[in-house]
Design a protein around this ligand. Sequence first.
Ligand code: F6R
Length: 359
Amino acid sequence: GKGEYDHYMLKEINSQPTALSNTIEGRIEDGEVAFEELPAGSFADVETVQFVACGTSYHAAMYSGQLLRAAGIPTEVLRASEYEATSGPVDENTLVVAVTQSGETADTLDAVRTATARGARSLAVTNVVGSTAAREADDAIYIRAGPEVGVAATKTYSSQAVTLALLTQRLAADVPTATPADDRDAMLETLADLPEHVETVLETTTAEQLAEETLDSTSYFFIGSRLGHSVALEGALKFKEITYEHAEGFASGELKHGPLALVTDETPVIAVLTGSGVEKTKTNAIEANSRGAPIIAVGPDDNPLADVADAKLSVPETHPVWAGLLANVQLQLLSYHAADLLERPIDKPRNLAKSVTVE
Ligand code: F6R
């Protein structure tokens, strides 16, 4: 049940420290990523990687896609529903990673079937043991987030992003042409602190007050660059999904290529300021601010917009790869509280289903 919480979504947001501890458990051994399902060397033949996913899972895939490219592995992150038209040629050295918490999303299953029929190797990253994706793919890795009842994916996103970040490091170690990131060791070492940092966010968040202050806005724009771009897209998706308010996510630099026309003093710009790329977000947020938009800075307290922002959502200092996930937790809370104040049916938004089994 929901226990002390009004909604499953809030319960699931608050269970992320535990969910993430389970996700991480045993995944790093002697400084190396360990998946019992796939021992070291399992990916030695991989030359290119394609992620296929929908919605929130697509955003988790975008996040890790960048990490994989940084390791020198050619990587595409494709919308599962557009796979047929967007995938280039694949072969047995192509690893197609289906990112799907339910393991039952029709578009994603269809993309994997298309890819395997064309000769690719497949891997499912999923929360549900025995799901269709897990059964049909050549291999499966479980994110171990525990059951998620709320339609909006929260803890499964965090657990997916962490599992995929670990998968990228496993690939970087296995693929002969890959170059593991310079800060790989620091990234793996700091992962152990992530559940505690999420706890800090949950205990100190000002998201409810901020949701109240911005509740009469006409639109909400989420911007970010690099890893922060995918966090911004996810923030906007969650916000529109459960509040029914208009929200859009953009790459920071894209704001001035059209969306800026919509910016007024009634359109808060929520700037994700974690990881690299924050200078670009700063410049573009300031541009929006000069058109009257209130700026909400989501990041560490010493972020580059600290002097300009009208409000902030703070995240603890940590490795840039994990910091984006902390920013995401703040955005989950912002969406939740805005939806709660608007008395939306948070756990079952209209027109949506937990797993989408039609194409
Ligand atoms: C949004 C949400 C959806 C799912 C998408 C894919 O909160 O939950 O966007 O992420 O339908 O679902 P899975 O991961 O089950 O394939």
